[in-house]
Design a binder for this molecule. Structure first.
Ligand SMILES: Cc1cc2nc3c(=O)[nH]c(=O)nc-3n(C[C@H](O)[C@H](O)[C@H](O)COP(=O)(O)OP(=O)(O)OC[C@H]3O[C@@H](n4cnc5c(N)ncnc54)[C@H](O)[C@@H]3O)c2cc1C
Length: 421
């Protein structure tokens, strides 16, 4: 095949790449939400981009169905297909969870949570009812993995600053709770780091409830396996991820976990020219078992799949996926983090406190795509050092009220912003 004759097409439902490690900082307002995403057209110079959802796949005809945002559908033919639909928050059959819980996976989750948190402070400050104030000022996070811990730590930092402007809410005090079913947090890292994290969170007044499960969620309370019912209006569910539901409509084999099984070359067995990578794929880990759902694995798998697709077209040789984790960082709010290098047993190095926070920032800076995004993030952090946090609640951005509702509003009918979601 002549060089440059292949046509690359990326189908995605949004036109940007979200740098998820900065999602907690976007939620806490340390970084402007637009600065944690990179427009795909800025970084993909030779790739065609189509916006929409892939909703079907015919492996015989080698076509996928694309439903565009404009409502039109299209059949796209492929010679090679790389499936990378990612993951969503893993839902468990806990009564009330789907109705009243919020996940922490997307930019809209992060922005909604920030606005909701400010709304709870406003309501708590306004109400004359101490019981309602207690509900508003209690925040429960379920799941002690790195994403949940980072979200909890950043948002608690933000709320501790913001509450200074709400005198009645400040007098009442907030309650922040982390619920984790296992006896420790951050199961995948050195237990010493998990213990440090628990000490650090408890030192800040966060209640860490280990070996405890969420049993029921109501609009204004949650019930825990310890028997305690916590009155609250905020339940953040960060207990793991599951493959994106659209995968079930793509006529591919699925493991019991819902992932697409692939071999070491990232090929789907029995499906000519089909590859799967990232959070939606069950990829054999060179160290045994399956790769964890992390960006550092997804990015390397993407590269291996690209090399193997090129090899199919006669360019270069196919490669096995052989990446071994280089370690991890988890940010614990302002100037605090934990981190460990790759390696097992005594070969892993661990860090915590300010040095880990500095290393995490430096590492993420190096990974954030594009010089413009790097500079914007640095500007946000620098400005954040000099000024207090912004507590404007801007949930209405992007959700203009239809004209007829303006009429109701002028007539005095109040509709809470949270209903705009
Ligand atoms: C808060 C948080 C912090 C994290 N921090 C880290 C970290 O520090 N280090 C790390 O290594 N990992 C981290 N991760 C994990 C990391 O984000 C994921 O492992 C990684 O994004 C997976 O990449 P992916 O390409 O498989 O999926 P995704 O990044 O989820 O991308 C999949 C894309 O496909 C789109 N899509 C899905 N279905 C369809 C469809 N049918 N049609 C069209 N488009 C579709 C999705 O909308 C999405 O844009 C973090 C995750 C979270 C939530």
């Amino acid at each position: 095949m002549p060089k440059q004759s292949a046509r690359l097409l990326l189908v995605n439902d949004v036109n940007f790449l979200l740098y998820t490690p900065f999602l907690p900082e976007a939620a806490a307002g340390t970084l402007e939400p637009r600065h944690v995403v990179t427009p795909l057209r800025d970084i993909l110079k030779r790739t065609n981009l189509r916006l929409g959802a892939v909703t079907g796949h015919d492996p015989e005809a080698k076509t996928v169905r694309l439903d565009g945002h404009d409502g039109a559908s299209d059949q796209l033919h492929y010679d090679r297909l790389v499936v990378a639909v990612g993951s969503v928050s893993r839902l468990l059959p806990i009564p009330g969870l789907a109705e009243h819980g919020i996940g922490f996976k997307s930019l809209s989750d992060a922005i909604w949570l920030r606005n909701h948190l400010i709304e709870t402070l406003e309501s708590a400050n306004a109400t004359e009812d101490p019981a309602l104030r207690g509900q508003m000022l209690s925040y429960v996070f379920v799941g002690g993995g790195y994403a949940g811990l980072e979200a909890l730590a950043e948002l608690q930092d933000f709320a501790a600053d913001a509450i200074q402007r709400y005198p009645r809410a400040r007098l009442h005090g907030m309650r922040w709770i982390l619920v984790e079913a296992a006896p420790g947090v951050l199961g995948e890292v050195d237990p010493k780091l998990g213990e440090y994290t628990v000490r650090e969170l408890r030192g800040r007044g966060i209640e860490v409830m280990l070996s405890t499960r969420l049993e029921q969620v109501e609009k204004d309370s949650v019930r825990l396996s310890s028997g305690e019912t916590v009155p609250c209006r905020t339940l953040v569910w960060t207990a793991g991820v599951a493959p994106h539901p659209s995968l079930r409509g793509l006529a591919l084999p699925l493991a019991p976990s819902g992932h697409v099984p692939v071999d070491q070359f990232l090929r789907v067995a029995g499906y000519d020219g089909v590859y799967a990578v990232g959070d939606c794929a069950a990829v054999p880990n060179p160290d045994g078992g399956l790769c964890p759902p992390t960006a550092q694995h997804a990015v390397r798998q993407g590269k291996t799949a690209a090399i193997n697709v090129a090899a199919d077209l006669g360019i270069g040789a196919a490669e096995r996926f052989s990446y071994r984790s280089r370690g991890m960082f988890a940010n614990l709010g302002r100037f605090k983090a934990i981190g460990s290098t790759g390696g097992t047993g005594g070969r892993a190095w661990t860090f915590h406190g300010f040095p880990a926070w500095w290393m995490a920032r430096t590492y993420h800076m190096s990974q954030l795509p594009g010089a413009a995004r790097k500079l914007r993030a640095i500007a946000d952090w620098t400005i954040g050092l000099a000024f207090s946090r912004d507590t404007a609640e801007v949930g209405s951005i992007g959700h203009p009220r239809p004209l007829r509702e303006e009429v109701y509003a002028r007539g005095g009918t109040h509709r809470p912003l949270s209903e705009d979601r």
